[in-house]
Design a protein around this ligand. Sequence first.
Ligand SMILES: [Zn+2]
Ligand SMILES: [Zn+2]
Length: 373
Amino acid sequence: MSDHYSALGVTRDASADEIKKAYRKLARELHPDVNPDPASAEKFKTVTTAYEVLSDPQKRQSYDMGGDPFSQFGGGGANFGFGDIMDAFFGGGGSRGPRSRMRAGQDALIRIEVDLAEACFGVERDFEVETAVACGKCHATGCADGAKPATCDICKGRGEVQQVQRSFIGQVMTSRACASCQGYGSVIKQPCSECAGDGRVRARKSLHVKIPAGVETGNRIQMTAMGEVGPGGGPAGDLYVEIVESEHPFLVRDGNDLHIWISVPMSSAALGGRVMIETLDGEREVAFKAGIQSGHTVVLKDLGVSRLRGGGRGDLVVHIDITTPSKLSKDEEELFKKLAKLRSEDESTVRVHQRDEKSDSGLFSRFREAFHR
Ligand SMILES: [Zn+2]
Ligand SMILES: [Zn+2]
């Protein structure tokens, strides 16, 4: 015969409370509902038998004196006091209580498209969302005509019903959510005609969001409690506004820096000059020195995108492309020939050269692709 004290892992002088605690802990691990392993089922049977004996003062005394407490019940099977065992299982009373009709609402996500200037400087937007709001007709109770949910007749408001099932250890009592009230413990006899008992309805809501300077695609702005209201008047979830930045026709963003490409005629490149270009801040002058090469850049400080967490703005990097005239008049052709002679330039001066890291930091090829997409 197995030792009931060691089965529960308690000493022979353990108090009733210690025995109950030990059994509850083991039962939670070993119950066939949570642990399908056959070895656990066998152990569960053993600890349950031990508990059945040791939790009853009379049986415990009889066991301590060397008797077999089950002999008086005949058949040798465990015939459990369900209440005691279910008490041990569910922490007394066996009741987890009805679940609330009121539940928290879902978070929601909406995408808002902004252009580059809006992303750079920030913008405020009005927008509408389709969402769940509290039903005004029943004030979120879900009941028609100002009524309140009535106590469920089947479970008497407990939200659960107990079922007795036969199993290898005898009968086991299990609790299930009451099917009549879905576990709420109450029923709405006449649901509100507007929300059908949910306590909320679909509606379009007008909202306003402040988009900070420096956002980029994928950034989310959290609007607390602006999501869906929960069933039964539960608290609203949050609304997240996700930023989608649209492409600019000629500015390419890389973090907080912006890049722009300009074509400079060969003669201007040779002589140096200044041009006006359109930036996010209006027209700005780009000055380039005589002899500038294709791939060189001119950096305009602080004309990039604002840093989201403060600290000023990125730069605007102007990439120079030098254009060679493709069609020459007779006069131009003569002048070029004259110039070439003057400079002693002909095919023999064309040579292979090393890639100029300074003029092409990899950005050009990287962005050329993005730009000419
Ligand atoms: Zn019920
Ligand atoms: Zn309603």
